[in-house]
Ligand binder design. Structure first.
Ligand SMILES: [Zn+2]
Ligand SMILES: [Zn+2]
Length: 82
């Protein structure tokens, strides 16, 4: 919190500040105590941040789906040639 001067890093609001943890605690227990694993956000930007993260995750999941589909298609094409 100190590093961000008690301001939301997104909109500079000083109200109702929360700390968003960049690395989820469940994924890395050791980082729980490290101060650097967090950014100061107001509740609104905090929600936005999590929406953004979920979108990113969904996008990367979709991407791997596309890759898998392409692999299946080339596989099918290969079989047809025989
Ligand atoms: Zn904010
Ligand atoms: Zn958070």
């Amino acid at each position: 919190m100190r590093r961000d001067r008690f301001m939301c890093v997104e909109c500079k609001s000083r109200e109702d500040l929360q700390v968003h943890h960049i690395v989820p605690w469940s994924k890395n227990v050791d980082l729980r105590v490290i101060d650097d694993n967090g950014i100061t956000l107001c509740p609104r930007c905090h929600i936005d941040k999590h929406k953004y993260i979920r979108q990113q995750e969904a996008a990367s999941r979709k991407e791997s789906d596309v890759v898998r589909k392409k692999e299946r298609e080339t596989e099918r094409r290969r079989k047809r040639k025989k």
